[in-house]
Design a protein around this ligand. Sequence first.
Ligand code: LLP
Length: 446
Amino acid sequence: MFLTGTMRINEKGHLEIGGCDTVELTRNFGTPLYVMDEELIRKNCREYTDTFSRLYPNSQVAYSGKAFLTMAMCRLVEEEGMALDVVSGGEIYTALKAGYPASKMIFHGNNKSAVDLEIALTSGVGRLVVDSFSELELIESIGSQVGKTAQIYLRVKPGIEAHTHHYIQTGQLDSKFGLGLADGHAMAFVKAALKLRHVELCGLHCHIGSQIFDLKPFQVASEVMMDFIQGIKKKTGLAIRELDLGGGFGIRYLREDSPHSLPAFIELIVTTIKEKAAEHGLTLPRLLVEPGRSIVGEAGTTLYTVGTIKEVPGIRKYVAVDGGMMDNIRTAMYEAKYEAIVANRALEEPVEKVSVAGKACESGDMLIWDIDLPKLVRGDILATFSTGAYHYSMASNYNRFTRPPVVFVSNGHAEIVVKRESYENLVINDVIPAHLQKRVERRAAN
Ligand code: LLP
């Protein structure tokens, strides 16, 4: 059985999360439904912040909002004392609306717009992670217009290929993100930044990829970045004071997945940074990390209602649920794999292999290929696990399906943090131009 956080099977044989019976949750909120275990999110936040404050007090954990960001999540992140990594004007807006302080935001993106940068500068976003020469120029010009100096990090490509799906690898030289060390661009950027008046280069940033189990690439990235800090000091005299190593720590999606413990991961990078600082005679930089998936991933469960069941004799049994690639694009996009159970008969043994299909008009709209489950019938509740990261945040309205609500569960209480989208929401931005409206008006007149 794949149970994490506060999950348990209750006396009715139902899956329970945060003290809430998931079958009851589906009665109250409908399906599909994203359920987030608030206690587990907080536990993960604390594991990061406590371990860092123990091993390397001059540090800051920044939650990476792209994994899952809502206004309630921003509140939780602030309560847990974490900074926030944002990647768009929309994420900045969400956080500001939630009362999250701009000064604790770190703004990423490989193609930030002038408007986004102006908002960031005028609202006092703490750090801008600059991704290119052209962005550097843009920031200098906006900074001079609005009379602000941007405190920036340079995003570096450390030249590391971490073992993960190639769509979520980012540290290698052939990547749209950041500037390379090998081609000299990163050093050229540092020299260019030093000449500007509205830019203060305070730190370096790198992010090698996501869902990484192997610790070695993190160690190598830490070494490479410290060597670069040393190189910068030698070549320009500039002392880099902050180092942000990004996110990427892998989580458990399948029973057989066994990520390293978080403290082991943190200990490794901290030790590496300290060793390298000693080797080069550098002052220890302020250290930042930006975990997303490892904070919220395992805390999320999606509940679906089983609908049509179709057997293709001798080939496969398709069990269709009332969601799909609209709430979980990861199977189609990264060939991601998931565990699932029947939430209303959680203690029953699996008896057959089925494949769980979504309801979108697309053959590739599958949630799980080949999973052993008890015999399912229409109306059963299927729970898929580890859906807290990059599910809600990547959800779409494909086929004009409405996006599911999100509830936080904790101590027997369930609170809506995102309402279910309505059909009205779907058409709210649609406009019928006058020339397409005439027939409707004529019909109404007759
Ligand atoms: N920092 C930066 C600059 C990033 O680009 C990312 C993720 C993170 C932090 C957080 O990484 P995490 O700790 O969550 O691995 N949609 C893909 C994942 C894309 C990750 C993008 N960047 C997926 O569903 O697997």
